[in-house]
Design a protein around this ligand. Structure first.
Ligand code: AMP
Length: 281
């Protein structure tokens, strides 16, 4: 596996690959890699000749400076994991490489996606995400880019950006990898205590209770029940929970046969913000 740190090196590498008509798959990450990220690498490898993974903790998508400071950084270990998984290139630039002129102006009209759920609770987050992903797409020029369903709204945002900017990259979504108890794998899980990591499986349980209660109860009732279930566990604070149309993220009042739904949730526990979702028909 090749490790590249500068913009210029990455550009030269991509130019050489394009010359050979190699198909490039790209997996952007913020590092502290786990099995969820590595499952994206597996999928990427099946779709292209060359798989590029980036590791960059992007400051512009953090609306909370403490969160940015505490974000786990394990570059050496990440490199080993990627190499063992058959990744071809690791791109690990510095902040100065990605933002040589400081945090430049960026604004994209994401419409409602920027104002609801994650957009509402993390103001500016999706502007920062699109800013960096656009920069990386322009540099890596991937044929396909692979993202996790774990960040459901993020995938919608990326697809919207690709459409607005007329980019010719195919976006592939990969199902969420979970720990044994059901907690969605996340780099932030390393900040939970060992017991907390087990306890936090209540989030996935609550989402499943919604899924399996769908035919028996009104959506409002299911949501209230799930909120109560989680809040009854000490230390958990639900930031939002909603049962939405899976294509628009509009909250639904009633279940309609044949509809596609997604239950989305953000929870605070042991000072860590955890998000998850479950899609069901
Ligand atoms: P991050 O490093 O958290 O920015 O995530 C990088 C990519 O990995 C994003 O596309 C995430 O959606 C994806 N990802 C994170 N956690 C998981 C998971 N548990 N399962 C599958 N994909 C994930």
């Amino acid at each position: 596996m090749i490790v590249l740190e500068s913009y210029a090196q990455m550009r030269a590498y991509v130019d050489a690959q394009k010359e050979k008509s190699s198909k490039i798959a790209f997996v952007p990450t913020m590092g502290a890699l786990h099995e969820g990220h590595l499952s994206l690498i597996d999928v990427a490898k099946r779709h292209a000749d060359i798989t590029v993974c980036s590791i960059f903790v992007n400051p512009t998508q953090f609306n909370d400076s403490k969160d940015l400071e505490k974000y786990p950084r394990t570059l050496e270990r990440d490199g080993e994991l990627l190499k063992n998984r058959g990744c071809d290139v690791l791109f690990a630039p510095s902040v100065e490489e990605m933002y040589p002129a400081g945090d430049t102006e960026w604004s994209i009209d994401l419409g409602k996606l920027d104002k609801i759920w994650e957009g509402e609770h993390r103001p500016g987050h999706f502007q920062g995400v699109t800013q960096i992903v656009y920069k990386l797409f322009r540099l890596v020029r991937p044929d396909v880019a692979v993202f996790g369903q774990k960040d459901y709204q993020q995938v919608m945002v990326i697809k919207k950006m690709v459409e607005l900017k007329n980019l010719s990259v195919e976006i592939i979504t990969v199902p969420t990898e979970r720990e044994l108890g059901g907690l969605a794998r996340s780099s932030r899980n390393s900040r939970l205590s060992a017991e907390g990591r087990v306890e936090a499986s209540v989030i996935f349980k609550a989402l499943n209770d919604i899924k399996f209660g769908l035919h028996h109860r009104a959506l409002g009732e299911l949501k209230d029940q799930a909120m109560t279930y989680i809040s009854n566990h000490q230390g958990f604070e639900v930031e939002y929970l909603a049962i939405c149309d899976a294509d628009t993220l509009e909250e639904k009042e009633a279940y309609e046969e044949g509809g596609k739904y997604v239950a989305i949730i953000a929870v605070w526990y042991e000072g860590v913000r955890l998000i998850d979702n479950l899609v069901f028909n």
